[in-house]
Design a binder for this molecule. Structure first.
Ligand code: ADP
Length: 151
């Protein structure tokens, strides 16, 4: 079974994330969207809210699972028997950041990273931008899925 982990903070889940998972679905039997918990990081949305946003964005899709994890991503992959890490690439900054991590995960974790280049209509979206717009009461409706729009 081809299982992939799509790791991130998802604070909140955006149309950029939705684009990557939806387009990766034909490649894998199961995609585990894994929310990494970092005790030193402050989040806008609670873990429960972030999980609910993701679950509501994939109603009735048995191939999509939601999980949380602490520690190294490759260790979590090994724990659940996932051989692939799914990541999205918006630009060269993303690529430069991801390269060494992917090489390390392959080298010491024996987990292969699979990258999808974001669709042009969502390449500008980041959770950071969404949070900024939310803080200043701007219109973020075109950047997030329906589940997050209701917030
Ligand atoms: P992280 O803190 O690990 O970057 P994020 O929640 O910001 O977590 O993102 C998770 C994954 O989704 C990363 O691979 C990131 O590059 C990707 N991603 C985020 N926004 C987009 C987007 N607009 N298009 C494509 N990929 C994206």
């Amino acid at each position: 079974m081809k299982k992939a982990v799509f790791p991130g903070s998802f604070d909140p889940f955006t149309l950029g994330h939705l684009d990557i998972v939806s387009r990766a679905l034909p490649l894998f039997d199961e995609i585990v969207i894994a929310i990494g918990i970092n005790a030193d990081k402050k989040y806008m949305f609670s873990l429960e809210e972030r999980m609910a946003f993701i679950k509501e964005s994939f109603p009735n899709n048995p191939k999509v699972k939601v999980a949380t994890y602490q520690g190294l991503t490759f260790a979590f992959c090994q724990e659940i028997g996932a051989k692939f890490i799914l990541r999205g690439l918006r630009n060269t900054t993303d690529y430069n950041f991801e390269q060494a991590i992917a090489q390390t995960n392959q080298n010491i974790g024996e987990v292969e990273s699979v990258f999808l280049v974001s669709s042009p209509n969502v390449a500008n979206i980041s959770s950071t931008i969404v949070r900024d717009i939310m803080r200043y009461d701007g219109d973020y409706s075109t950047l997030v899925p329906k589940a997050v729009r209701k917030k």
